[in-house]
Write a protein that binds this ligand. Structure first.
Ligand code: GLU
Length: 447
């Protein structure tokens, strides 16, 4: 059998969408699982829709996702060029061949010598293929009109160029989105016209939103571009993992899988026939699992740009590591650190009524005073603060909730939160002392 060669063939018309990323990913996985080649080819013949920087953005986002390829416009390769606009003479040559064989004809514009070339669809032909995902699919030629293969400006249409390229590039398998199913019989006609073997086709199901509607790029409720996830602090390994589960399932129960595990365990017969649901919660869950696996140092480095952008001052590295370590388990994406920071360390100190009542009921003023007196000499590292909380408990003969919750409310305004000594150490001496003072005054004023 010839070497497996697959390709991802984006049109450089915009950002890398989750659906395209999925096509790229499965071709990549396919190639790596079977020891084949993975090629990136740029289908830029729809000139009006090409976007400046579109190709670069596609490739950058693919590499960010952890994909690498063997041949492409930037890498080269012996089947190049890899941009369709650089292959126009090839398409022209093959279109002429079809004209000569009488399998295509010129379609002149009215009052002009310019012409498009149309493929002459054979009569009473049946096109059957064994789709990798869906099994046997059947089309009749009578349902297809003679279609344009070359426009009058010398640019081929997608269905023609794709066949010439896939053939010349010796592509053996084509995995792409379901929207291309009806293109397949047209492409098969071209293969047959030249007497070429066709590749094996596989059409992946649509991706639907949580309301089971086909995901549309205009759907504002679902973030759909890879660059947006990158900007929010999703990890590429988590995105790879999540996308690999959109329309495919591994044989075991394990859903957190590395790229290597996915490639090793890939089995094309497990590509799903049912629509793939884009489950935001699942993505957040997967990403949080990957965030948990990072070292505090790694995560801190990734968090810094988000904190800086939000103008959160980072006094020193210890403070940063402490902050990150208490928030690590709560983050679904790294950018969330900013919201979590604000949720835990409100700049505006405010005690809600229920929490204030707790202080009143537990006659907390003397606990707070005792703690304040100890704190003035504290170095403010968590271990120190912990010892002082204990000491306050002994001095005031309190423990458990009345001790801990009172101190938490009086310093953070919240009834619950991460480790109290760590929270206080992060808040810093000045803020903690001033909040304690404020709360004590208020309580004393009321008693
Ligand atoms: N340029 C096409 C697209 O972006 C490629 C389709 C195919 O893989 O054949 O949809």
């Amino acid at each position: 059998m010839s070497k497996i060669r697959v390709r991802y063939a984006p049109s450089p018309t915009g950002l890398l969408h989750i659906g395209n990323a999925r096509s790229a990913l499965f071709n990549y996985i396919y190639a790596r699982h079977f020891g084949g080649d993975f090629i990136v080819r740029i289908e830029d013949t729809d000139v009006a829709r090409n976007v400046k920087g579109g190709e670069e953005s596609q490739l950058n986002n693919l590499s960010w996702l952890g994909l690498n390829w063997d041949e492409s416009p930037d890498k080269g390769g012996k089947y190049g060029p890899y941009r369709q606009l650089e292959r126009l003479s090839l398409y022209q040559k093959y279109a002429n061949e079809l004209l000569e064989k009488g399998l295509a004809y010129k379609d002149f514009r009215e009052d002009s010598d310019q012409y498009a070339i149309r493929f002459k669809v054979p009569e009473d032909q049946m096109y059957i293929f064994d789709d990798i995902v869906r099994g046997e699919l059947k089309f009749m030629s009578k349902d297809v009109e003679d279609w344009i293969i070359m426009k009058d400006n010398g640019i081929p249409t997608y269905n023609f160029a794709v066949v010439i390229d896939d053939h010349l590039m010796e592509i053996t398998h084509v995995l792409r989105g379901e929207e291309h199913i009806t293109n397949t019989p047209k492409q098969m006609m071209v293969y047959r016209a030249f007497g070429w073997d066709e590749p094996k086709f596989g059409h992946m199901t649509i991706i639907v939103n949580e309301q089971k509607k086909k995901l549309s790029k205009r759907d504002k409720n679902v973030i759909q571009f890879i660059s947006e996830y990158k900007a929010m602090g999703y990890l590429p390994e988590a995105m790879f993992n999540f996308i690999a589960l959109l329309g495919w399932s591994p044989s075991g129960n394990q859903e957190i899988l590395s790229q290597e595990e996915i490639i090793k365990g890939f089995d094309p017969t497990r590509l799903s026939k049912a629509p793939a649901m884009f489950d935001k919660e699942k993505l957040a869950f997967i990403n949080s699992k990957y965030i948990k696996k990072l070292s505090v140092e790694e995560l801190s480095n990734m968090a810094v740009p988000f904190l800086e952008k939000a103008e959160i001052e980072i006094p020193n590295e210890t403070w940063l590591y402490t902050l990150v370590s208490i928030l690590q388990d709560r983050m679904t994406h790294i950018g969330e650190i900013v919201d979590l920071y604000h949720a835990f360390f409100h700049d505006q100190f405010h005690i809600i009524e229920e929490a204030y009542q707790f202080l009143v009921e537990n006659q907390a003023a003397h606990i707070l005073e005792s703690f304040r007196n100890h704190l003035t000499q504290s170095s403010f590292i968590p271990e120190d603060i912990e010892a002082l909380i204990k000491q306050t408990g002994l001095d005031t003969n309190t423990k458990g909730k009345p001790l801990f919750m009172s101190l938490r409310i009086a310093t953070t305004g919240d009834m619950h939160g991460p480790s109290l000594p760590v929270s206080l150490s992060l808040l810093g001496k000045e803020r903690v002392l001033s909040r304690l003072e404020q709360t004590i005054k208020k309580l004393r004023g009321e008693s």
